[in-house]
Design a protein around this ligand. Structure first.
Ligand code: FAD
Length: 242
């Protein structure tokens, strides 16, 4: 059992209509690797029928922040359910409890060339890794394929633009499944054809894919179609969204 920590919430930010980040202070003695997650425990005051009852619910959330940043950050897709609503109501000054860090879906510059395949909220551990590589000035060549519904649904969109300016080894390919008329980028889901077309050196890369189960399974099938061996695929599945 990893140690339990307490931390004070420093800020909360709605990053798209359906996802929200909270930032909190790093407790003494806590460290993590880019891509790892915590078990965040929140208090829920109950809904109709059990008004006064307080329950504690713990769920895994990946860090969307990098160890190179002062504050810790997690980002959650809002579902309207109990834990999600407790997350939504967090505000500066609140104290949260968590344990961790957990997980082996990490990257600290071990490979020269990687590709990341993700959709929606699955970006959180990848944002942590990208920010880490950029802050540390690592030479890793990173190509992120990132699928979302519409322009407004792309989490960290402005930030990724800024990171591209700081990291010449970072390429971001956004693709939208329901683009507005002004969208000039790629459209449709990420698949083997898109990877083949836009990533000529794909046989040389190690692939990182994270997000809801269906998305990660689809990416695995695409990579199989491209004959990428399992030994070159790293994955993190977020259950509960399919
Ligand atoms: C390693 C790891 C890292 C993760 N990192 C992240 C992360 O960074 N960000 C993130 O957002 N999530 C992450 N997750 C997923 C997260 O832990 C939760 O599973 C997810 O957020 C859903 O939790 P929830 O309480 O909002 O929804 P839940 O209540 O668990 O509901 C999930 C789904 O179950 C169904 N469902 C449940 N209850 C009902 C109901 N009463 N009525 C109708 N349908 C229902 C719905 O389909 C709903 O969409 C991660 C998971 C893992 C394992």
């Amino acid at each position: 059992m990893n140690p339990q920590f307490e931390a004070r919430v420093i800020g909360a930010e709605q990053i798209t209509a359906s996802s929200r980040s909270i930032r909190f202070a790093r407790p003494e003695g806590f460290s993590f690797l880019p891509g790892q997650f915590i078990l965040l425990e929140l208090e829920s005051r109950g809904t109709e029928g059990k008004a006064a009852e307080i329950t504690r619910i713990a769920k895994p959330l990946s860090f969307s922040s990098s160890p190179t940043e002062d504050l810790l950050q997690v980002t959650k897709r809002l579902t309207g359910h109990e834990f999600s609503n407790a997350f939504l109501s967090l505000k500066s000054g609140d104290v949260i409890r968590f344990s961790g860090p957990y997980g082996s879906f990490t990257f600290q510059g071990e490979h020269e060339k990687i590709a990341m395949l993700s959709g929606g909220i699955g970006i959180t551990p990848l944002r942590s890794m990208i920010r880490y590589c950029t802050d540390r000035g690592l030479a890793t060549d990173i190509v992120l394929f990132y699928s979302n519904r519409a322009e407004d649904d792309i989490p960290f969109s402005d930030e990724f633009e800024a990171l591209k300016g700081k990291n010449r080894k970072l390429t971001i390919i956004n693709t939208l499944t329901r683009p507005g008329p002004a969208w000039k980028g790629r459209t449709g889901r990420i698949d083997a054809n898109m990877i083949r077309e836009l990533l000529a050196d794909y046989p040389e890369r190690v692939f990182y894919t994270s997000g809801p189960k269906k998305m990660v399974e689809a990416m695995q099938l695409a990579l199989q179609e491209l004959n990428i061996p399992a030994s070159r695929i790293r994955k993190e599945i977020f259950p509960g969204y399919d």
